[in-house]
Design a protein around this ligand. Structure first.
Ligand code: GTP
Ligand code: MG
Length: 388
């Protein structure tokens, strides 16, 4: 505990916000000398689910979409007992439905999107000039920031605001019934149109931003443990590398009702940009986080080397990633080796000019200053986006 007091002078007796009441939070504002204007993270009141199913985020899908087929027109000649030559009365077919995607705040992942999507067909026309019903358009909700690309990689749509809609495949028009073809010279035509087929197209769908903040680190650094500490997400934690194989997203709520999403990205290793380890796919996930938190296992010898590896891999993949707003978490500060390495690591982090946070994710110590910093990152990036 004394070691922790050295590392976290203002917060050493903070266990974790899980147990805070609102009153306690107000007291903590004054304890931590946090201005009353700064939004505070809300305590996690709801218990984590007991289910063993853990949902990783799906941020990429290849889909085939098909608009509904138009209904066929009808061939019918009216024959009533008092009017045996009543003329053509075949109705038109209804139009097929479109497949559309609509951006909404309610969705955060693409997991509900199946690989083949088909809209409803229009109904056939029938006699007595009854037209077939037009099919309902299929509206699929997707997260804001979803991009639709053609198979050759061209961006066709970017749904970057609430309510934006992309018509991915149009339904076919309904066919005309035989009443439509009646002319002066042919008053009983026995022809009608088939309904047109709907468009059939393929796309790749990607979410531009999977989370506001991405946790990146070497395997076993404690990324999943940290995400579990700050949110209700339940990524698996285990003492072996590559426990996390898919990104997981947790939500941190603040008392001004803003929600910041934090993604636990699977561990990176040296050579990741050349597809080593779990491959380049995870660098792609990192690209989709607005800010980054490097998680370092401070108990390992020369922990700054972990930062060097991480930053080198990011630079090789995309040098712009190093410009993203970032911070460094020196994790596992409860272990004695960590205290020995702390100052050297702090010096390295100061040199690269990044904010530094000693933390013990397992014991929930040092979490609050990070959540304040996360909120600052969120505020600055969302302000930039709204200014653009
Ligand atoms: N002593 C101590 N152990 C920790 C701390 N944080 C994490 N660990 C342990 O470190 C091991 C790895 O933790 P994870 O959270 O699974 O690490 P990860 O970075 O998600 O690992 P990958 O998913 O493999 O990339 C687990 O045994 C954790 O209990 C900490 O603050 N202190
Ligand atoms: Mg993990």
């Amino acid at each position: 505990m004394n070691l922790l007091k050295l590392c976290f002078p203002s917060l050493c007796n903070a266990r974790h916000m899980v147990t805070f009441s609102i009153k306690q939070l107000c007291m903590r504002r004054s304890m931590c000398m946090i201005s009353p204007d700064v939004p505070m993270p809300l305590p996690i009141r709801k218990h984590k689910s007991q289910s063993t199913k853990v949902k990783p985020i799906v941020d990429f899908r290849s889909i085939k979409v098909k608009g509904g087929k138009g209904g066929d027109g009808c061939i019918s000649l009216r024959r009533l007992c008092k009017n045996p030559l009543g003329g053509p009365d075949g109705g038109d077919g209804g139009s097929g439905g479109h497949v559309t995607f609509k951006a909404t705040n309610n969705k955060t992942s693409l997991e509900h999107i199946s690989s083949t999507i088909k809209a409803e067909d229009g109904e056939k026309g029938i006699n007595r000039d009854c037209h077939g019903r037009n099919a309902e358009h299929l509206v699929i909700e997707v997260p804001i920031g979803t991009m639709f690309k053609s198979l050759n990689g061209q961006i066709l749509a970017d749904l970057n605001e609430e309510g934006a809609v992309f018509i991915a495949a149009r339904g076919g028009a309904g066919g005309k019934g035989n009443h439509y073809f009646a002319t002066d010279v042919n008053q009983a035509p026995e022809i009608a149109e088939y309904g047109a087929d709907g468009e059939e197209l393929s796309y790749t769908v990607e979410i531009r931003t999977i989370a506001h903040v991405g946790l990146i680190g070497l395997p076993n650094a404690g990324k999943s443990t940290f995400l579990r500490a700050i949110s209700r997400a339940r990524p698996k934690v285990a003492p072996y590398p590559f426990t996390t194989l898919q990104p997981h997203v947790g939500v941190v709520k603040y008392d001004d009702l803003h929600q910041v999403t934090v993604a636990d990205i699977p561990g990176l290793i040296a050579g990741a940009h050349r597809n080593r380890g779990l491959g380049i796919a995870f660098l792609r996930h990192i690209e989709r986080c607005l800010c980054l938190l490097y998680v370092v296992d401070t108990s390992l010898p020369e922990p700054w080397q972990q930062l060097e590896v991480l930053r080198y891999e990011l630079e090789q993949y995309d040098p712009h990633l190093l410009q993203r707003p970032s911070g460094v978490l020196a994790n596992k500060m409860d272990l004695p080796q960590s205290t020995l390495n702390l100052n050297e690591l702090r010096r390295y982090v100061d040199e690269i000019n990044l904010p530094f946070f000693p933390v013990s994710a397992m014991n929930n110590v040092g979490i609050l200053p990070i959540l304040h910093y996360v909120r600052q990152l969120y505020d600055s990036t969302t302000r930039e986006i709204s200014d653009e």
